[in-house]
Design a protein around this ligand. Structure first.
Ligand SMILES: [Zn+2]
Length: 116
């Protein structure tokens, strides 16, 4: 996940392997696959991928949300904030919302997308 940039997508394989690529390259690959039929191998960064094992191509925010859910976190509807499994949601606290908004803006300025 340290190669995250706003223009990267992860091609996710059934075995959990993530192949992070520039959005343009992912578009080219996935469009070609959508037009073809059956299972075949494609070469990505020197590796050969069985296209039948591709689950999909996902944006960084989707990947991050998936990791958080796997780690037991949940997202509240009040502020869209992620909470730990046993954490109580107190997002109505205006001070906390201000803090979160600051964090969201900083995060967006740095990465180009909002945290989940
Ligand atoms: Zn909350």
């Amino acid at each position: 996940m340290n190669e995250l940039s706003k223009n990267s997508l992860a091609i996710v394989m059934r075995n959990g392997v993530e192949i992070w690529l520039e959005e343009e390259r992912v578009n080219t690959i996935m469009t070609a696959l959508a037009m073809g039929a059956g299972s075949k191998f494609i070469k990505i960064n020197g590796e050969f991928i069985n296209t039948a094992d591709i689950i999909g191509a996902f944006m960084p925010a989707t990947m991050e949300a998936n990791i958080r859910r796997k780690n037991g976190q949940w997202q509240c509807r009040i502020a869209g904030t992620w909470h730990d499994r046993k954490e109580k949601c107190d997002c109505r606290d205006p001070l906390k919302i201000t803090e979160q908004e600051k964090y969201r803006r900083t995060f967006y300025a740095e990465k180009g997308f909002y945290p989940l």
